[in-house]
Design a protein around this ligand. Structure first.
Ligand SMILES: [Zn+2]
Length: 157
């Protein structure tokens, strides 16, 4: 099941610590397929990451409809990790862009990020976030139910 935006935001915060990129403000833009298409003009984009190097601000545009588990190789977790590795290599990316023609460099860069993301996901699987993704079921005591019923004037005897 697709996690809620708030759950993914919490996971991003924890991944930032692991990846040592806490000096970035990362915003999650949780978009439908239509919203994503309007933003990128490309029906194949399932996520991207827009960065402001000077301010260490990053926005991950994430299409929740395209990232439902099973529809994309690796699922939503791999997608988030992938976009976060773009932030991770931002400094390297900047330096490399000065050295290479962007066209020559962007394909091997994507390949590298795909490989390290998959490696990361297998070393640090999504089950590490079970406490965020599978919170304790919400329970209400009988006492609370009784009180609420009395307040409503209901008699459930
Ligand atoms: Zn990428």
């Amino acid at each position: 099941m697709m996690p809620a935006k708030e759950q993914i935001e919490q996971i991003i915060k924890e991944l930032q610590q692991i990846m040592r990129i806490c000096d970035w403000d990362i915003e999650l833009n949780y978009l439908s397929a239509v919203e994503m298409y309007k933003k990128t003009d490309d029906i194949h984009t399932i996520a991207n990451c827009v960065r402001s190097r000077a301010h260490h601000l990053a926005t991950i545009n994430f299409c929740y409809e395209a990232n439902k588990t099973g529809e994309v190789v690796g699922g939503w977790y791999n997608t988030i990790v992938h976009e976060m590795f773009h932030i991770f290599i931002d400094g390297f990316d900047y330096a490399a862009n000065l050295e290479f023609d962007h066209g020559d460099y962007s394909l091997p860069k994507e390949r590298l990020i795909c490989d390290i993301s998959r490696m990361f996901v297998s070393l640090y699987p999504v089950s590490n976030f079970d406490r965020i993704l599978k919170p304790e079921p919400f329970t209400v005591s009988n006492e609370t139910i009784d009180k609420a019923c009395k307040k409503q004037g209901w008699n459930l005897e």
